[in-house]
Design a protein around this ligand. Structure first.
Ligand code: ADE
Ligand code: ZN
Length: 352
């Protein structure tokens, strides 16, 4: 257990973390749907949910593993029907992220969760994209959209989804892979990822969340990903750690998610500090904040406390995220300069 920080120092650290310019790189937009908006959309769209109140929804969020979460998460996403619903959900996230100091976000969406219910791909992508455009214009927040294939569904279904996405290529920066990991190795999607890369998409994949290090190797070697989402199980394979370190392959780590889904028994047991000490390009993200009890600042504050991370480690996490972002060299440098400016002002005037 970390030594309890004195409350004044802890408040200063929390302020420091909240004010840090941030990039969020692992955020499922459907996982940002707060219970309040879920109930409102269910009412608006005449959809019945198995919950009568916000308290009942929150009580249902007691997960034992990834699958127990996904079952509830896909059900929650069923309230999204119209373009405006996708807009409202995305806009709500962007405003919340702005309050957390997020300057740049790359968010995932799961089109198959919606197209399999008869919602048009265009409805989904247009609603999210319109909010992202408003985020650029009204909040000054840059963003990118990543289409995730659901790995529990077939490779053929993923290829059909990619084909549906091609007319909207200008709105997408990358493709990814999410949903039930174990039993669905990256190799299953080799062909669809090959095609996506030929079409000009960057690639990422969830790997090593619940699945073994072999899935991280598969994501790197077969799907040719630029980042690994989660990746916390890489530490079980020293050769893999070496590969990730040498290639500076970013890991988008989600500490509160990992505890909620029982990947680690508690935050004190989380291996984030170890990943940093191994010299890996780890970043901190919120995954599905409405389900896991916290946005990006909450994740950083919680992990800072649980692992007694110092200011330098927190600063490094923020730098890593801008380095790992799908931005041009110039855009990255602009954000990194802003970050260094914040750090130097803070260390000159802020509380120690
Ligand atoms: N979809 C939403 N959150 C996810 C997670 N943590 N892992 C896999 N798929 C997901
Ligand atoms: Zn995720």
């Amino acid at each position: 257990m970390p030594a309890p920080a004195n409350p004044v120092q802890q408040a200063a650290m929390t302020d420091f973390i909240r004010g840090l310019p941030k990039a969020e790189l692992h955020l499922h937009i459907e996982g940002s749907l707060e219970p309040e908006l879920m109930l409102e959309l269910a009412r608006r769209n005449g959809i019945s949910l198995p919950y009568q109140s916000i308290e009942e929804i929150r009580r249902a969020y007691a997960f034992t593993n990834l699958q127990s979460f996904l079952d509830i998460y896909y059900r929650g996403a069923g309230v999204l029907v119209h373009e405006r619903d996708f807009y409202d959900m995305t806009w709500a996230y962007l405003k919340r992220a702005q309050a957390d100091g997020v300057r740049h976000v790359e968010l995932f969406f799961d089109p198959q969760t919606h197209t399999d219910r008869g919602i048009a791909f265009e409805t989904v992508v247009t609603g999210i994209d319109r909010a992202l455009q408003d985020g650029r214009e009204q909040l000054g927040m840059s963003s990118g959209l990543i289409l995730c294939f659901l790995r529990h569904l077939s490779a053929t279904a993923a290829m059909e989804t990619l084909e549906q996405a091609l007319p909207f290529k200008d709105k997408l920066i990358a493709v990814g892979l999410d949903s039930s990991e174990v039993g669905h190795p990256p190799e299953k999607f080799a062909e669809v990822f090959d095609r996506a890369r030929r079409e000009g998409f960057l690639t990422v994949a969830h790997a090593g969340e619940e699945g073994p290090p072999e899935y991280i190797w598969g994501a790197l070697d077969v799907l040719k990903v630029s980042r690994i989402d989660h990746g916390v199980r890489c530490v079980e394979d020293p050769r893999l750690v070496q590969r990730l370190r040498a290639g500076r392959v970013p890991l988008t780590v989600c500490p509160l998610s990992n505890v909620k889904l029982c990947v680690f028994s508690c935050l004190e047991e989380h291996n984030l500090k170890h990943l940093l000490n191994l010299g890996l390009c780890a970043t901190v993200n919120s995954d599905d904040p409405a389900y896991f009890g916290g946005y990006i600042t909450d994740n950083l504050v919680a992990v800072q406390q649980a692992l007694s991370l110092d200011r330098e480690s927190i600063s490094q996490l923020a730098r890593n995220a801008f380095e790992a972002a799908f931005l041009s060299r110039e855009q990255k440098q602009t954000y990194l300069d802003e970050l260094e400016q914040y750090l130097s002002t803070y260390s000159a005037f802020g509380p120690r």
